[in-house]
Design a protein around this ligand. Sequence first.
Ligand code: WT7
Length: 645
Amino acid sequence: MSYPYQIKSFEQYQKDYKRSIEDPAGFWSDIAEHFQWKKKWDNPLNWNFTEPKVEWFKGATLNITENCLDRHLEKMGDIPAIIWEPNDPEEHHRIITYKKLHEKVCQFANVLKNNGVKKGDRVCIYMGMIPELAIAVLACARIGAIHSVVFGGFSAQSIADRLYDAQAEYIITCDGAYRGAKDIPLKSVIDDALIGNRTVKRVIVCTRTRTPVSMIKGRDVWWEDEIKKIETLGLNDCAAEDMEAEDPLFILYTSGSTGKPKGVVHSCAGYMLYTNYTFVNVFQYQPGDIHFCTADIGWITGHSYIVYGPLSAGATTLMFEGVPTWPDAGRFWDIIDKYRVNILYTAPTAIRSLMGFGLGPVHGHDLSSLKILGTVGEPINEEAWHWYHEHIGKGKCPIVDTWWQTETGGILISNLAGVTPAKASWATLPLPGVEPVLVDEKGDEITTMEDGVYKGNLCIKQPWPSILRTTYGDHERCRTNYFATYPNLYFTGDGALKDEQGFYRITGRVDDVLNVSGHRIGTAEVENAINMHSGVVESAVVGYPHEIKGQGIYAFVIYTGSHQQNTHGTADLIRKDLLQTVTRIIGPIAKPDKIQFVSGLPKTRSGKIMRRILRKIAEGEVENLGDTTTLLDPAIVDEIKNGRL
Ligand code: WT7
């Protein structure tokens, strides 16, 4: 495959960028010509941010899987689409060519049809990182079913909430998943999630760990048995469903500043175009390169840069089942050496955690195949950036610092590897099609520099092809969350700096959303979970800087009676009860790192918790707490300060 739209020089970037902003419809239409359509569009772009309504390529029909699979078969059928590395290095890896992947996706698409799945139905996917996860995702897309992948670290309650919100009737899962030394009993979690559920008709269970599972007659079926039926019927091909450009492709739940996670909806054509375009340009992918994105497909990074971006570009994507530190901290370097990986895309939290093991695990691995390094998920500190550059890239690989979000579908701000300049811990310049703006609290554009930079809340002025279209089942929530804070702007929730060259540095969330090891968690969500515990009166959760995770979770909790000497045991035991509660309600990823018991919270006279004060205390900045005179009970601040963990 060749990519005529791959940017090759800084001058070309500037030219393409300029055109993309002045004439987005023309710019993206030209790129769209390089994809396979069943029918071309009538109108490339129609939008307003007030409803909001965004329509790209209206009137066109396509199927994303034809672009990810069928169109590569003739010339590239025998090249690897997916290289799969298992959790246990002793187990055999798998290489799946485009031809094979096409066949497996078609077969499983027929399994879905055979089990009653139709276009528009919602299918929840809860699996570990095995090739069948990618196959399940693509099989849904093949028949126009809307996939909703839920990360394996979420609890039964979280799955139940997501099933209900999406009114999902089908689930695809595994018996279990391997993650490092752990076995996660996925099917058993699904069984818990299904207690009392009346909408789910079918659960398809793929074998991985062969951990004992209950298979309920009439509801649960084995993946392998269903495939056999299809093979017996000779149904090895499956026509790709005609999808309207704006038909939903998938839902992915993500946390916001209020209550429950929202289902971000992406649509077929725009998402396909943008993930492909950004993959090819940011990573400067060359045919034959091996691309290793270490994310889980349960997050947007996996959707866009393990599955859809690379496959639509005919790339070879490496999928890793395990974790970076098991059996030892050389696991990534092992994989890079073994497969001669060219592009490594990972998270700052992984880099920082591997840095902690020193250079020992890096030595003895040949990393000379690496050409390009990437990071995503949170701001990367300079120390980690330099370690990555020097010890992994050996000083010769450009690092792309890619800023984006679940809602943006693809990378919005990043340097293009080796083509546009890099700057340690700066995401740098916007991609073509992306017009950022920094605004103040009132929504006015920041026009004066402070200490050599512009500083403000990061918004985007016009739609790029993979902007979210709605939040599932609640369009008003989409409007208020992203388009109502500042009129006619998409608000990202992030704060940013901009320097005199126009480079952006993302400083982190300005709302009540935490970023823990690159995972997004709402403080309100964690508070709700803590408050579910019978002994808890009230709680307040804030983030604090954490050396490895980026942000840690700090919970201040008012507990009934005396938590010090309680009939239910010591403070430590109660802390463990609370962690258990959070694990049950959300999942282990949301467990607070610190729980401080307090007798009250700093509140204003109107009853509002002053998080600013709690944040400062959690950060260890106890001296300069600002004005506390408006507090109902200023004395509480001293108690909290003194009890700080
Ligand atoms: C939030 C989105 C989209 C990839 C995975 C996370 C933070 C993401 C960067 C970066 C600084 C970053 C932002 C953003 N973030 N990438 N390169 N530099 N911050 O997706 O869970 O939707 O989280 O992650 O705060 O808003 P997500």
